[in-house]
Write a protein that binds this ligand. Sequence first.
Ligand code: PLP
Length: 502
Amino acid sequence: MDSKQFRDAAVSSIDEIVNYFDTIAQRDVVSKVEPGYLRKILPSSAPEEGEDWATIQSDIETKIMPGITHWQHPSFHAFFPCASSYPGILGELYSAALSGACFNWICSPAVTELETVVLDWLAKMLGLPEVFLSTGPSRGGGVIQGSASEAVLTAMVAAREKYLRETVPEGLAEEEREDLVAKKRSRMVALGSGGAHSSTKKAAIILGVRFETIPVTAEDGYALSGRRLGEKLEELRGRGLEPFFLTVTLGTTDVCAVDDFRGVADVLESYRAQREGDGGGEVWVHVDAAYAGAALVCPEVQEQTDVKVVERFHSFDMNMHKWLLTNFDASCLFVRDRSWFVKALTINQAVYNNEASEGGLVTDYREWQIPLGRRFRSLKIWFVMRTYGVKGLQDYIRRGIRFGEEFAEMLRSRSGLFEILTGPSFALVVFRMVGKDEEEKNKLTKALCERINTSGKMWVTPTVLDGRFAIRFMTGVRTTEKKHVDAAFESIVKYAEEVHSA
Ligand SMILES: Cc1ncc(COP(=O)(O)O)c(C=O)c1O
C-alpha cells in the first residue's frame, strides 16, 4: 500500500466507522455466532498475493461484524463500559503511525514526557493527593499500564520487594539471605476483600505468594471495613503469616461498593506501630478504582468517597478506557514514591544504557512496568482531555450516574415485580425479581436474565450476592441516551411479566 492508496483507504475506513456509530443502535447488541464460525469461512492460510483494500474492507461487514458484540451500543448494559470516542480513535491512529517500543526517554522523549504531563493532569482532575504527582513532595508519579490487572501485578511486585528490603536484615551472607528470603516469601500474604476483583488473586498466583480473602457482608454494603481487616490481621498473625499487600476498591465489580478507606488506614496505622517492635514490614495498600475512579472527575464524588485519604496508601489505579472516553487500553497507575517501582523492576543491560538515563535527569518507564517496550498511549488521553475538557468529562459522568438513578426509580415504581439489591452506585443498579421465597426469586431472576440476553437487543450481566441471583444494569456507555434506558426498562417489564406467567 503506497501513501495515495493509504489515504483513500483511510478516508473510506473513517467514513465506515462514522456510519457504524451513526447506525449502531439498529444492530443486535450481542453476537449470535457459533464457536469456530470464522475458521469455517476464512481460508486456512494467508493469501500468497496481496489483496486490494476494497476487498479486505468488504469483509469487515460480512465476516467480522457478525462476530462482534457491540460494547459501544446504547443498549450495552453489561459489565462496565469499554470506551471508544472519536478523539480516542484519532489518538490510536497517530500512535500507530508513530509506532515504537519507547521504553526509555531517549527512544522518543515526547512519548515519555507527554505521559508524565497527562498523568499529572489526570491526578489533579481526580482530586488525588499531591503525593501522586510527578512534581509532588514524595517523588511519586503516574505510568500508563495496559490493564488494571497489570497494574495490580506491578504494584504487588514493588510491594513484595519493599517488604523484603524492610524485613530482611542487611549484612547476611548470600546463601543465608537467599534462604531467609525464600522462607519469608512462603509466609507472605496478599489480601483482598470478598468484593475485590480477581486480578489481585491472579497477581498473587503469578508471584507465588499466598492470597487470602477478607469477607464482606450485605450489612456493610459489600464494602471492606476496618474492623474486618483488623480481625484478619489478627488471625494471620496467630498463624505466623506476614501480610504485605492489600487491595482496597473504589467501585467493586459486582456492586460498585467503596471500601472504608479511613477505617482501613487507621487499622493499618496501629498494626504498623505494633509490628515495628518485632521486625514486621509495612502493608502496601493498592487502590483499585478501575471503573469508578473515572467519576472522581466530579468534585462531589471526590467528597463522597473521601478520596484524600488515599494519601495514606501506596498506589492508585483507574482505567481511562472503562468510563473516561479513552479507547482501550489506558490503565493509569499512580505511586506515592516512584523509587519503589524502580528498585523492584530495574534490570541493567548494556544495550539500554544511554547518557540521558545515566545522568538521572529523565524517566525511563521501562523501570515502572513489567514489559520492556510500550505503546504511545498518552496521545489518546491528551486528545480526549483537550477535546472534552474537564467540564465535558464531568457532564458525561454525571449523565451516566443520572441514568442509573432514573433506572432505579423506574424499578421502584414497579415494586410488585422488582427489588433493588444495591445501588444505584456509579451508574450501576443491581436488582432482582420479587417472589414468595429466595428460591423462587432466584429462579425468576435467572429466567429474566436469560430472556433479556437472548433477545439480542440488550445485554446485562448476572451476579450472585450471598446466594442471591441478581442482574447488574449499567448505564455508562457513551452512546446511551435517556430514551434507550426507558426502552430497556419497558422491555424488562415485558420480559418479567412473561417470566412470571410462564
Ligand atoms: C474493580 C475492577 N478491577 C479490576 C478489573 C480488571 O480490569 P482489567 O481488564 O483492566 O484488568 C475490573 C474489570 O472489570 C474491575 O471491575
